[in-house]
Design a protein around this ligand. Structure first.
Ligand code: SAM
Length: 438
């Protein structure tokens, strides 16, 4: 699967996640599995991002994916719901690659005006110090390609799934000529070699799926939850960090705004030296904030409100919350704590941690010396609670979980880095697990 480079992508953890879920399900009796009584058949990937997790599990489960950023749905619709052979797209891709310059006159040129820059002796800044992402020659082609896809879509020439494939092709091609390193929070000062190349679309490596059962959504998770039903809900939220010296949150809307705007094709008002859409300015949404008092209640809500009998989270020991925090979250959210488990694997440090380490920001971290460990935290919801749809948190805290006294008391204590009793360590050699503490 060719997809986007993405912060927090689970690419290298997929076999671990699969093994952990399988181990959990195999170790539960049918009665323990609560409402579903059999192996889970549907999988809700609630923070799907690059789509790697949903793609990996596409033949194991019926997938329902969601992310607040619109490119996630495009990527997954293209890979999981495309009804045609790849050859079907050749004529469209050829047409897009060969659009005549005159066609530019029919576009509004928004991408070129906003993100296109002159060669300027190799400097990507314009006269006002605003850095540009694409050389004008590519920006103009991006305008034309995006406009042509919109025209086909509006005239009914292409369906939603065909549009998704063409947009995926555009995103992948754009990535090869963008003047960025990884994310799109800022751009390089000088035009890099890749940005100097000519943009060229290719047909993505697709699978033909005539009758796909998979479904993909775009939206804020709390708005989506009431409409979703699945056997297993998988949450891979932003992790934050427990490094007190790193105050910057990973604001996905800001980090990946170009792909989002390419897909929505709206014309957001922009601001600053990177011309980011104003909706990415200032505001950090609760799940991306680096505050336990903000994030913990939201995670309780996620579990309480999701209509899935099994709930799993990906997280790491360098994230904002500890495994013990999760144990409390699952308890307060009404899970059957006899089923609660933390599966754990050791993993190489991510980019953010490596940079932090280099610049000495590592020091103020309570568990600084511990190796990076990735978790898959999982439990069944309490069947009675699940059936009654009642909330588990006290009545007074309804709708305002921040007023939950147990949680407030918990937050006053220091972070507890010990591991919950039911922690299982992964052996990647033979994909087995051993219980760490009995
Ligand atoms: C750690 S990343 C997920 C990575 C993904 N599992 C992958 O492998 O690429 C977290 C994701 O949560 C999404 N997100 C953050 N807040 C959200 C919200 N309130 N509703 C829906 N999605 C949200 C971000 O856009 C981001 O894609």
């Amino acid at each position: 699967m060719k997809t986007i480079q993405y912060m927090g992508s689970k690419q290298s953890l997929l076999p671990f996640i699969e093994a952990a879920i399988d181990h959990f399900v195999a170790s539960m009796s049918n009665a323990d599995l609560g409402l579903i009584k059999t192996k889970p058949k549907s999988f809700f990937d609630a923070f799907a991002g690059s789509g790697r997790v949903s793609y990996y599990f596409r033949d194991h489960y019926r997938i329902i994916s969601n992310d607040k950023l619109s490119f996630s749905k495009v990527i997954l619709s293209a890979y999981l719901n495309n009804p045609y052979a790849p050859s079907h797209y050749k004529k469209y891709i050829r047409h897009l690659n060969n659009l005549n310059r005159d066609f530019f006159e029919s576009c509004d040129g928004w991408f070129s005006q906003t993100y296109g820059g002159e060669w300027n002796e190799g400097r990507s800044e314009d006269e006002n110090g605003v850095k540009k992402v694409w050389l004008k020659k590519n920006a103009r082609r991006i305008d034309m390609m995006r406009h042509q896809i919109a025209l086909w879509q509006q005239s009914g020439e292409i369906s939603d799934s065909e549009e998704a494939v063409l947009l995926l092709s555009l995103i992948l091609a754009v990535n090869k000529v963008s003047n960025v390193v990884g994310h799109q929070n800022g751009y390089l000062k000088r035009w890099c070699i890749a940005a100097q190349r000519d943009i060229h679309l290719e047909v993505p490596q697709l699978e033909k799926r005539s009758q796909s059962k998979h479904k993909h959504l775009t939206g804020d998770i709390f708005e989506q939850l009431p409409n979703i039903k699945a056997d297993l809900a998988y949450f891979d939220p932003p992790y934050g960090t427990n490094n007190k010296n790193l105050v910057v949150a990973t604001r996905y809307s800001s980090f990946y705004h170009l792909w989002h705007t390419l897909v929505t094709n709206d014309r957001p008002q922009t601001f600053g030296k990177a011309s980011k859409p104003v909706h990415t300015k200032g505001y950090t949404e609760p799940l991306e904030r680096n505050k336990r008092a903000v994030v913990m209640p939201k995670f309780i809500r996620l579990i309480e409100e999701v209509r899935a009998p099994i709930v799993a989270f990906s997280y790491s020991n360098k994230g904002l919350l500890t495994a013990k925090d999760f144990e409390a979250i699952y308890r307060w959210a009404g899970c059957d704590m006899t089923s609660f488990r933390v599966y754990m694997t050791e993993h190489r440090a991510n980019k953010q941690s490596q940079i932090a380490k280099k610049s000495g920001q590592w020091i103020d971290r309570a568990n600084a010396q511990a190796p990076l460990r990735e978790y898959l935290i999982i439990a069944c919801k309490n069947p009675q609670r699940f059936a009654s749809k009642a909330r588990f948190t006290p009545k007074k805290a309804k709708g305002d979980i921040e007023k939950f006294p147990k949680l407030n008391a918990w937050l006053k204590q220091d972070e507890n880095y010990s591991l919950p009793n039911s922690t299982w360590l992964f052996n990647p050699e033979d994909q087995s697990f051993a219980q760490l503490i009995k």
